[in-house]
Design a protein around this ligand. Structure first.
Ligand SMILES: *Cc1c(COP(=O)(O)O)cnc(C)c1O
Length: 381
């Protein structure tokens, strides 16, 4: 089945009791049993809930995986992955990573004895040199946040598979419409469903997708045993959101590409980070690995003056200043003080994340209005 058809139909069956075409919000904590242990597959909503089951199946289908497992947030999904490992196990992660992922690794799991190494994976072969006999997993994010570097998923998963190391790909920035890491050899795909999958800035949720039965079993065990599950209303909202994922992504990509080109030609703008620009170092790889270049981009103003970057962000009107991304509305983020504030400044500078960097989540409004908004904000009065 092609992507658009799956986005609308996967996981969703007419409701068995009424025929309702939309999966109802099963707002219930428990399920009545006929006799002890004799039930219809549902016992307690932390373990299973029909609205969540429909969503998990839909997400698995969109990522070409067998199993989908949803969590209360993207970070709860990451937490579940990390709980599969034990003290002394080593994990290698992308250096240019989502701030909260860095924080859960360094501040929650490192004190419990997991060992983390953060490396630039743009040169995929580097990973072979870093893997030791203690390495159990490689965590990667591509395009990276907020510098939009592109990492070769296939090359890294190839090396890891050969050495018996798991690979997990945070696919939040691309969404399953643009990139399917399981097809490129990854063991687990992670999503902050909060972003493009939900798509309407109204839900916080996370998901893991895998085709490996053993990993799925462990992750579903952690989902139930640790209990960070999403509620049925949130699952319903995401089921509704993903029905338009393909259409939204097409417009996100189209708008972002126009905005990036416009910024790139503006005399006051310095570097523009967007994999769709032909001079982006990851352009060819992105073309190969992704269906299009996505809705996220970052840029700096010439001169790198902090106050000027701040004034530009304050002047934006259609782009709302705030954390998050992937909603239908355009957002502007200051990574240094928002999404990446939990990474020490020194570490940020090392990976090239300047305090003057501005990140845009380009929405699906009319692109002429978006460009006019950027123009008035950059040119000032
Ligand atoms: C937002 C985000 C997360 C964390 O997800 P939450 O739903 O906010 O917990 C992880 N990775 C990336 C790339 C993100 O953008």
């Amino acid at each position: 089945m092609k992507f658009a058809t799956k986005a609308i139909h996967a996981g969703v069956e007419p409701d068995p009791t009424t025929g309702a075409i939309m999966t109802p919000i099963y707002q219930t904590s428990t399920y009545v049993q006929e006799s002890p242990g004799k039930h219809k597959g549902y016992e307690y909503s932390r373990t299973h809930n029909p609205t969540r089951t429909a969503l998990q199946n839909a997400l698995a289908a969109l990522e070409n995986g067998k199993h989908g497992i949803c969590y209360a947030s993207g970070l709860a999904a990451t937490d579940a992955v990390l709980k599969m490992y034990r003290p002394g196990d080593e994990i290698i992660a992308t250096s240019d990573i989502y701030g909260g992922t860095y924080r859960i690794m360094k501040r929650i799991f490192e004190p419990f004895g997991l060992i983390f190494k953060f490396v630039d994976m743009s040169e995929a072969s580097e990973i072979r040199r870093l893997i030791t006999n203690k390495t159990k997993m490689v965590w990667l994010e591509t395009p990276t946040n907020p510098l939009l570097k592109i990492i070769d998923i296939k090359e890294i998963t190839g090396i890891c598979r050969e050495l018996g190391v798991h690979t997990v790909v945070d696919n939040t920035f691309a969404s399953p419409y643009l990139q399917n890491p399981l097809d490129l050899g990854a063991d687990i795909v992670m999503h902050s469903v909060t972003k493009y999958l939900g798509g309407h800035s109204d839900t916080v949720m996370g998901a893991l997708i895998t085709s490996d039965d053993e990993l799925a079993k462990q992750l579903a065990f952690i989902q139930n045993a640790s209990g960070a599950v999403p509620g049925p209303q949130d699952c319903f909202l995401v089921l509704r959101g993903i029905k338009t994922l393909h259409i939204r992504m097409q417009r996100h990509c189209e708008n972002a590409s126009k905005v990036a080109t416009w910024l790139n030609n503006h005399p006051k703008v310095g570097k523009v980070y967007y994999p769709g620009l032909p001079d982006h170092p990851g352009h060819d790889l992105a073309k190969k690995q992704m269906r299009d270049f996505g809705g996220m981009l970052s840029f700096e103003l010439k001169g790198d003056i902090y106050e000027e970057a701040v004034r530009t962000m304050e002047r934006l009107e259609i782009f709302s200043l705030g954390e998050s991304l992937g909603g239908v509305e355009s957002l502007c983020t200051h990574p240094a003080s928002m999404t990446h504030a939990s990474i020490p400044r020194e570490e940020r500078q090392k990976v090239g994340l300047k305090d003057t960097l501005i990140r845009l989540s380009v929405g699906i409004e009319d692109v002429d209005d978006l460009i006019a908004d950027l123009q008035q904000a950059i040119e000032g009065d």
